[in-house]
Design a binder for this molecule. Structure first.
Ligand SMILES: [Zn+2]
Length: 200
């Protein structure tokens, strides 16, 4: 089972991020992308809470230094989303671009499951996420920046994703296994996927 930890296209063994519940898929994540946030914080409509009841996770949500409204507004939303997820015991899928310190601060009091998607950081950053019990998912090539940590820590809490690329997730697994020379991506990541989504 080749699990896709983050995609925007419907699929069976995939966590699909969307703004509306897609039909006939087991796992979906309710997305409010930081790029799409308004310029000022407004309390979400009641429909927001309805959507959450069928979702396996909230996200992608997060922080982006290069795109979207001011970081202050993004942080307000993120804090609100994390509080909501915490109260409902929902996992979150995080988009983070150049906001590592701000993300750590926001997640400080969050006790639910966290998936850092599209990770492209280095050894130190990956280790920091794993030590905090977070899940981390790579798009193709993302694993190249942290070979040591992957070798030493193994693949627990690690995943792979296609995001919005038109790729077959199986090929991403084959590429990861060939380039990292670590065995067992498929089975270990499948176990990680079921732990993150709660399994269905
Ligand atoms: Zn995405």
């Amino acid at each position: 089972m080749f699990c896709d930890f983050h995609t925007h296209r419907p699929g069976k063994n995939a966590l699909v991020s969307a703004e509306k519940m897609p039909e006939h898929i087991p796992y979906w994540s309710f997305q409010i992308h930081p790029w799409d946030l308004p310029e000022k914080f407004v309390f979400p409509e009641p429909g927001f809470f309805d959507s959450l009841s069928s979702a396996a996770a909230l996200g992608e949500i997060g922080l982006d230094r290069l795109k979207g409204p001011s970081l202050e507004v993004q942080r307000k939303y993120l804090d609100f989303f994390l509080e909501t997820a915490e109260a409902r015991q929902l996992a979150v899928v995080i988009h983070c671009v150049r906001c590592d310190a701000e993300l750590d601060a926001a997640l400080k009091n969050f006790s639910g499951k966290v998936l850092i998607h599209g990770f492209r950081g280095g050894e130190k950053r990956l280790l920091n996420h794993l030590e905090k019990g977070r899940f981390v998912s790579f798009a193709p090539g993302g694993w190249k920046h942290c070979p040591e940590t992957l070798r030493e820590n193994g693949l627990r809490n690690i995943g792979l994703e296609t995001d919005d690329a038109l790729l077959d997730i199986k090929e991403v697994y084959e590429q990861a296994e060939a380039e990292t020379k670590i065995a067992g991506w498929e089975s270990i990541c499948a176990d990680n996927f079921l732990r993150f989504t709660g399994g269905k």
